[in-house]
Design a binder for this molecule. Structure first.
Ligand code: G3I
Length: 328
């Protein structure tokens, strides 16, 4: 039984997992990370609020690179791809930017400096980045989410950020990442238009569809259609942030065998759809965490318990793990 997630993919695409630098130092996590996966993404450690810790008296950004450096060393030691998440996200805003009293131009200069510094420091070590995360509004009538970046940098702020990234490192792969892409066709349309606009100036290489899905929603056909829309564009495809909820109806107090099998079927469908993408466009499937008790979908955030990942709390493979293998 030597087969693993990464061996089963035969290097056709990366199979990734969201990690924390702290956990890479814990032997039980390390064993599974390195055995099963070919790529890592920091669940939080590479977000702006984790790296950008302040602004000094001369107006320069103060950085804490320690967690990122640790993850890069871990990836190098274990031959893991690194997908960076995320340069710009309204929910990971450093205090110093939130309270920044300078002009809009000075704000924009700080953003350019930040993107340039991160990409320069990790040139050749981080293969790809989510440049902007979740910039499109959920309201069908509104294009851009109303964030400090929109207010300070204007309606072309997303394009500006991609241009800063391209200029800083022409080789790193630049992704746009967003959620609800598989079932919200209106929102997806807005993202696809953004992709077309960025492609005009060669500013984007890939798109991440966040795959926070349910065992019974959306339909397989919806996921297929959303994927086909992306295959029609000249971009790499990332099924990012995969987790599969089983308890949206709050009818479980523990994961039942029946629901675990339904979850496995769902994972199998997702992997099948991804695997059928033309080879040159397959980038990665990334699980949003390793084991069920590490998920962000804890009752405090989610209102009910969940078991959304491929490993149980004791690092054992679940039915969903087998579903991943069966999808290949
Ligand atoms: O580490 C601190 C801890 O020291 C402190 O005591 C505790 C008290 O709140 O907070 C801990 O930090 C939390 C961190 O997760 C680590 O657990 C933050 O509060 C919490 O906000 C953070 O949540 C993360 C969330 O993004 C916001 O950054 C989740 O782990 C992470 O899974 C989630 O991931 C996002 C993607 O980046 C973008 N797409 C949606 C996805 C889910 O929200």
């Amino acid at each position: 039984d030597d087969i693993t997630l990464k061996s089963a993919t035969e290097n056709n695409f990366f199979v990734g997992v969201a990690v924390s630098e702290t956990r890479t130092n814990l032997p039980a996590y390390d064993e599974v990370y390195t055995r099963e996966f070919s790529s890592i993404t920091a669940e939080n450690d590479m977000k702006m609020a984790s790296i950008f810790t302040g602004i000094d008296g001369s107006g320069n950004i103060i950085y804490d690179w320690s967690k990122v450096d640790g993850l890069i060393a871990y990836a190098e030691a274990n031959n893991l791809n690194v997908h960076g998440h995320t340069l710009i996200w309204h929910r990971s805003l450093p205090q110093a930017l939130e309270n920044f009293a300078g002009t809009d131009q000075e704000f924009e200069d700080l953003i350019e400096q930040y993107i340039t510094d991160v990409l320069t420091r990790y040139q050749g070590k981080i293969n790809s980045w989510d440049v902007v995360n979740e910039a499109i509004d959920d309201d069908p009538n509104i294009q851009w989410r109303n964030t400090i970046f929109l207010q300070r940098m204007g309606v072309d702020y997303v394009e500006k950020c991609f241009a800063f990234a391209r200029a800083a490192d022409p080789n790193v792969k630049l992704f746009y990442n967003d959620y609800n892409m598989t079932f919200d066709a209106t929102k997806r349309g807005k993202v696809l238009t953004l992709v077309d606009d960025l492609l005009l100036n060669d500013l984007i290489d890939g798109v991440g569809y966040q795959m926070h899905i349910d065992y019974n929603f959306p339909t397989k056909q919806q996921i297929q259609d959303a994927t086909d829309d992306l295959v029609a564009k000249d971009v790499l495809i990332h099924f990012a942030e995969l987790d599969v909820k089983v308890n949206a109806a709050n009818d479980l107090t523990e994961l039942t065998e029946e629901r675990a099998i339904a979850q496995a079927q769902r994972v199998k469908e997702v992997v099948e759809i991804f695997n059928a993408i033309p080879q040159s466009k397959k980038y990665a499937i990334t699980l949003w965490g390793l084991k069920d008790n590490d998920t962000w979908l804890i009752p405090e955030n989610n209102g009910r318990p969940e078991w959304p990942l491929l490993f149980d709390a004791s690092f054992n493979k679940k039915e969903a793990y087998q579903g991943f293998l069966e999808g290949l």
